[in-house]
Design a protein around this ligand. Structure first.
Ligand SMILES: [Zn+2]
Length: 247
């Protein structure tokens, strides 16, 4: 199976190396990984730093087995990073956008608007997905980039987490090119997607190793930390269960 939502890199105070993440996931018999680097959320991060990190990851694991996503952040516009050249020079298998961690103000900001057009247009022309973080805060609402879903009907959009589920379903009904993934998704939402007839457009994804980070952050006072392998064993049980529900 494919795990469509994996991370490497800096997350809060923790650093997850590509080596330990890939080893853990591939050891669990997952055949294909789609990943992005949470180092993209470091304050004032330069694209050159991320590129170096992805380069290192690609040396460990071929992009056909572990496929990186180009996590585009608005500040890359100021850094002179252009979508075409990055995509031409790296084997990225798609894009990632995170409107909660990064401030997207494309309704007013012409440069941001232009960058998003470039991303959606590139994804459309090259049949690549755009993974978009969703959540309940408003800025990461599933319909945040709706005008682009409509304008680029062949650009494949994956609403990560599918939160809130009702708005996610609304987008999936409105646009054939919109899908979602199961990262941190409650089982109830998976059932809702199945009963709405959308099962075939739901991708299995775990958000590992963020699952480990969260488990250890919110563990009971006397509990021991869970290991990466221990956590992914749990994640894969959930993924396989969802896979069965969605089949
Ligand atoms: Zn994630």
């Amino acid at each position: 199976m494919t795990d469509n939502h994996i991370h490497i890199g800096q997350f809060d105070e923790q650093y997850y190396s590509a080596q330990e993440v890939f080893d853990t996931v591939l050891n669990a018999n997952v055949k294909h990984i789609v990943y992005s680097s949470t180092s993209s959320c470091i304050d004032n991060v330069r694209y050159s730093q991320i590129e170096k990190e992805i380069d290192g990851a690609l040396k460990l694991c071929d992009s056909h087995i572990a496929t990186p996503l180009f996590w585009f952040i608005p500040d890359y516009i100021n850094q002179g990073v252009t979508i075409e050249s990055v995509m031409k020079n790296n084997p990225y298998g798609g894009f990632k956008l995170h409107p909660y961690s990064h401030t997207w103000t494309f309704a007013k900001d012409k440069k941001q608007n232009k960058a998003l057009h470039e991303i959606f247009s590139y994804a459309e022309q090259h049949a690549l997905p755009i993974l978009i973080h969703t959540g309940p805060s408003g800025v990461d609402s599933p319909d945040r980039f709706e005008k682009f879903f409509e304008e680029y009907p062949a650009a494949r959009v994956i609403l990560a987490h599918g939160r809130p589920i009702d708005k996610t379903i609304k987008m999936m009904h409105r646009f054939d090119n919109v899908e979602c993934d199961t990262a941190f998704m409650p089982e109830e939402s998976v059932h809702t997607l199945v009963s709405t007839g959308l099962a075939s457009r739901v991708l299995p994804g775990s958000d590992f190793p963020i699952t480990q980070f969260m488990a250890n952050k919110f563990k009971k006072d006397n509990a021991r930390d869970i290991t990466l392998a221990g956590q992914y064993e749990k994640d894969i049980v959930v993924l396989r269960k969802y896979e069965t529900l969605l089949a």
